[in-house]
Design a protein around this ligand. Structure first.
Ligand SMILES: *[C@@H]1O[C@H](CO)[C@@H](O)[C@H](O)[C@H]1NC(C)=O
Ligand SMILES: *[C@@H]1O[C@H](CO)[C@@H](O)[C@H](O)[C@H]1NC(C)=O
Ligand SMILES: *[C@@H]1O[C@H](CO)[C@@H](O)[C@H](O)[C@H]1NC(C)=O
Ligand SMILES: *[C@@H]1O[C@H](CO)[C@@H](O)[C@H](O)[C@H]1NC(C)=O
Ligand SMILES: *[C@@H]1O[C@H](CO)[C@@H](O)[C@H](O)[C@H]1NC(C)=O
Ligand SMILES: *[C@@H]1O[C@H](CO)[C@@H](O)[C@H](O)[C@H]1NC(C)=O
Length: 633
């Protein structure tokens, strides 16, 4: 066998290999800003390869700008300056070449004054389908590729950064900023998107809790074994699809405590690290389970909203301790397909957000026809304001003035009055006949712990263990201590005990929704009253604190009212309180928040109330960073 024959053999072998070379995008730096060039073109232009010689080039790509809408040349400088100040992705350096529709010139002209200190090439554009904004133009093909700005996930809020694919799926964003020990997340230019009636969330940047499945993406539910066992999802949860259909841009999956159970940073987060809460000394627990959701919205100006889930406080907790708005909605507004359940009887999808107007739009998109929006109606606010365990005088505590002032301002705003409610007394006075001499604490002490453990065991744990064992020679996967403790409790519960707990929940719900917070048959009012309870008083919960072993979540408290009665429960940040940090040895400021409840189905009332109270100056839009008011960070 001669060498000639061998060569032929090798050639034949090579030619039968189906080679697939695909781009997963490209990272570049432009004037010290980190960008990612999407691998998916937005459209093509016809351009001579030599015509943009003056524009810088990298790997055959040139930064350019598209301006749609026949903007007059005289208006261009002002438009570009506006883009520079309203979009974090655009910078004037993209305007070295401007593709412009509607001009009467057919050739490229050079103009100065479009951007300070440089001249621009104005290129006639006939393709009206490519949205305005910055692009990277591939000279060889004339394809325009969207630009993402890259940011460092220094708070550790994300599991994975994502970009949408043209077929409606998602794929990981393959970019890593230099000098960053964190994941890199990218956001597309805001200029590509225009809000319309159909697309109320156009361009809104959304983070998704890693229990919602996204087509093309692996999920973890906060568990490494789960992540490694299962392939990327074939489906997108319909909750997320609703947001995407409304124009939202999904920027990544965000961290959850394991299987959406409550966990503390140092004690419990074994598989993954808990995200950071930027408030105060920066080492306060970020609260669970929608931890990444809260952390991203309190840390990053470039993030707009995050979708989490609340079973027993998983949205409300992170919103409270990070000084953000957040909602546990009425139970059962939408189907939660392709979402990991904690307990479907109690699970709800909701948002964490800074901007209350965006909150309203996102609620409307997510909850659809079940959402009673009051955005375009004049609300007739309930005038009965109830408070649960509110301080009675200003000198009760440091935070007392915040709660008392808020209740009074709310009463004034709605033209009503505040009355203190004692739920135990109300129960004693009006509890249903036949329940016997039980307190709420007797009735509901084990209800939450039992329902979540039993439902998650059958819906999540058992199928997971079976799949894992089949793939790993009968082995059991690693599970963090908290879910393990809760599931062990669930194993000790009989079906009869579970049935008793469902009855207890129903009993409480029927009573509460009739005697305390009934709906009213008036769309502009919706709820008979509003009920306030203390969300957080800015207590310190340093993330470096060691706790004992996890405990089963027994007990009944104010934060369980909405869980059992299925009413909406929204967190409104009220302000902050000084707290001396043992870590920084300095006075820091921690968020104080109130929770507001309305009758079941009155989610739109609470969102409208938040927006109106912001407009009236009673509430403030929180800032990102160390403090809610933009002070020291
Ligand atoms: C741009 O042109 C390429 C071929 O060069 C084609 O594959 C692609 O689909 C075009 N893009 C769009 C958005 O039309
Ligand atoms: C663009 O915005 C930056 C700040 O974001 C500012 O420093 C710069 O002067 C702006 N340039 C123009 C041309 O408006
Ligand atoms: C377009 O044509 C008009 C009239 O012919 C002319 O005055 C104007 O300068 C032209 N504009 C551009 C941008 O070339
Ligand atoms: C508030 O403080 C004042 C002065 O310290 C005290 O006299 C008063 O009793 C306090 N009020 C209440 C309700 O605790
Ligand atoms: C109900 O129980 C409480 C203690 O839980 C007791 O003080 C009270 O006397 C009882 N009332 C009746 C009518 O049995
Ligand atoms: C709640 O139930 C647990 C477990 O049965 C029990 O240990 C605890 O004492 C109960 N607490 C109350 C307030 O009833």
């Amino acid at each position: 066998m001669g060498p000639h024959f061998v060569d032929l053999f090798i050639l034949a072998a090579i030619s039968t290999v189906a080679a697939e070379l695909t781009s997963s995008g490209l990272s570049v730096t432009y004037n010290d800003v980190y960008y990612y060039i999407s691998p998916f073109s937005s459209g093509n232009v016809t351009i001579s390869p030599t015509s943009l010689r003056a524009v810088p080039s990298i790997h055959g790509f040139k930064p350019v700008t598209v301006v749609q809408g026949s903007v007059a040349r005289a208006q261009l400088p002002a438009l570009l300056a506006k883009w520079n100040s309203t979009d974090d992705v655009f910078q004037p350096a993209f305007a070295g070449a401007i593709f412009l529709t509607g001009g009467n010139s057919t050739c490229i002209t050079q103009e100065s004054g479009m951007i300070p200190g440089a001249s621009s090439l104005l290129v006639p554009l006939s393709n009206s389908k490519i949205p305005s904004g910055p692009y990277f133009l591939e000279m060889a093909t004339g394809s325009l590729y969207p630009v993402y700005r890259l940011y460092e996930d220094f708070a550790g809020a994300f599991m994975e950064a994502l970009i949408p694919t043209p077929d409606g799926r998602f794929q990981p964003m393959s970019a890593q900023m230099p000098n960053s020990a964190s994941l890199t997340v990218g956001v597309p230019s805001r200029l590509y998107f225009t809000k319309t009636a159909d697309k109320p969330l156009a361009g809104v940047r959304v983070g998704v809790k890693d229990i919602y499945r996204l087509a093309g993406v692996k999920g973890s539910n906060g568990n490494r074994a789960w992540y490694n066992l299962y392939p990327p999802s074939e489906d997108t949860a319909s909750a997320i699809q609703r947001l995407v259909d409304a124009g939202a841009q999904i920027v990544g999956l965000q961290k959850t405590s394991q299987f959406a159970n409550g966990e503390y940073a140092t004690a419990d987060w074994v598989d993954y690290h808990e995200p950071f809460n930027p408030r105060g000394d920066g080492y306060q627990d970020s609260a669970a389970s929608s931890a990444g959701a809260g952390s991203s919205i309190s840390s990053y100006e470039w993030m707009d909203i995050a979708i989490g889930s609340d079973t027993g406080g998983s949205i409300r907790g992170p919103a409270q301790v990070q000084g953000l708005f957040g909602n546990r909605p009425s139970h059962g507004l939408i189907e939660l397909d392709h979402v990991m359940p904690l307990a479907p009887a109690l699970d709800t999808p909701g948002f964490i957000v800074r901007d209350t107007l965006l909150w309203e739009a996102a609620n409307a998109a997510l909850y659809g026809s079940n959402y009673k929006s009051l955005a375009s109606t004049t609300p007739r606010y309930p005038t009965k304001i109830y408070t649960l365990r509110f301080p009675t005088s200003f000198n009760f505590s440091d935070t007392a003035p915040l709660f008392i002032d808020f209740a009074n301002a709310l009463a004034k705003f709605v033209g009503g009055s505040v009355s203190a409610l004692n739920l135990n007394d109300e129960w004693a006075a009006s509890k249903p006949a036949g329940v016997g001499n039980v307190t709420l604490s007797d009735l509901l002490n084990t209800t939450y712990a039992t329902i979540i453990a039993k439902e998650q065991i059958s819906l999540v744990r058992d199928p997971f263990y079976k799949d894992y064992a089949a793939a790993h020679d009968g082995r059991t996967p690693f599970i963090n201590p908290t879910p393990l403790t809760r599931w062990a409790y669930g194993d000790s519960i009989t079906p009869a005990q579970l049935a008793t707990e469902y009855r207890a929940k129903q009993l409480f719900m029927d009573w509460f929704n009739t005697e305390i917070l009934p709906p009213v048959d008036d769309a502009a009012q919706c709820s008979d009253g509003l009920l306030l309870y203390i969300g957080t008083e800015g207590d310190q919960l340093p993330r470096n604190e060691y706790f004992g072993p996890p405990e089963v979540p027994f007990g009944f408290g104010n934060n369980r009212i909405s869980v059992f009665s299925e009413v909406p429960d929204s967190v409104f940040p009220l302000g902050q309180v000084a707290a001396k940090s043992a870590i920084t040895n300095h006075v820091e400021y921690l968020p104080v928040a109130v929770d507001v409840l309305a009758a079941k189905g009155c989610d739109g009332l609470l969102a409208r109330l938040a927006a109106d109270l912001v407009e009236a100056g009673v509430l403030k839009v929180p800032k990102t960073g160390g403090t809610m008011d933009g002070g020291r960070s």
